[in-house]
Design a protein around this ligand. Sequence first.
Ligand SMILES: *Cc1c(COP(=O)(O)O)cnc(C)c1O
Length: 401
Amino acid sequence: MPGTELFGAEEKKEINDVLETGILFRYNHDAQRNNIWKARDFENEVKKLLGAKYAHAVSSGSTAVACALAAAGIGAGDEVIVPPFTFIASIEAVLFTGALPVFAEIDETLCLSAKGIKAAVTPKTKAVLLVHMCGGMAQMDEILAVCKEHRLTLVEDAGQAFAASFKGTSVGLFGKTGCYSFDFFKIATCGEGGVMVTNDEQAYKNADYYSDHGHSHVGNNRGMEPHPILGFNYRIGELSAAVGLAQTRKVPYILQKNREHKKILMDELSKVSGISFSKLPDPAGDTATFLNIFLPDTEAAKRTVDEMNKAGVGGFNYWFLNMYHFINQWEHVKNLSVAAKLPIHILGAPQDYKNLHLPKSQEVVGRLISFGIRCTWTHDEVKALAKKIAACAEKALAVHA
Ligand SMILES: *Cc1c(COP(=O)(O)O)cnc(C)c1O
């Protein structure tokens, strides 16, 4: 989680600007705010870094997914293809917008594959919610082709892939709308925050209205503004935006450090026969927030995890068993457990979530171990970690050699 590693004077300065005026609200109060507009500055910084036409900051990555879906016109009864490997927010956003998730296969990119999407398409499919996982990116050439062929709206959840790119275009900007998380565990953090992006003016306007009870944000009398649509409160506050602004400026440095460290790890671990790496459709666009290794099979991955626990190697995730990012751990999705009924309870689920057949995803996540990369590591620390991982994997692999 590199963002939190670099919290310092720059963040405090931006926060202090807000504290000086006391205007914690992102809109209006023009006379009192002394021209301090942190949410706007944060959005402009994101636009500049990513090359996005429009960016809209909101209260979380989860509400950014909700805005991205609504702004792309996804709503009640629409079937949306989703991955079984993602942070649960992606699935919740689809369900709470009233739409119906359809799980499809991922591949070694850790993202939905074009093949997986194609196999899941039905005449009712409206959209694909593509999640760029673990700092990397999906195979965009192939996915864009499938979406075009089947006339599917593409929405990108790049919650974990802020500033990742594919062939020079930032992920999040391939579809109708995209979004990023700035929670405490991401490459840049606001504490809590998110950003929705798009190159489509109307989609941007809809996200802007939707995130603030439909307010048009035209003029400087909030009480008298027009409300073109209904919305809700997904607003970001100025203090969070101030942190996001300072953090976004640090992302180019974080990328550079992460990539250096990941290269050392990969160079070392590629010498271990039996270890391979997740597929990066454009290695140059990787944020390198994670080193994602594959063992030959699920049993070998489990043994490697055991060896690493014994050796005290920390900082890794074994999503297949231990983490809340894979469908095997989502009993509440399988049972559609809710506090209050959703459209899916009335319309019916498009799949039997308790009996999904996703062998490729099971195999890929079963073999996967992800290591969080820290930008503040020294080269010696990185080298030492690589050696420890290699030793554990070698031990685990020797068992059946
Ligand atoms: C973190 C994350 C989110 C949710 O972000 P929050 O800011 O925690 O609400 C959504 N999607 C993905 C893929 C994420 O990793």
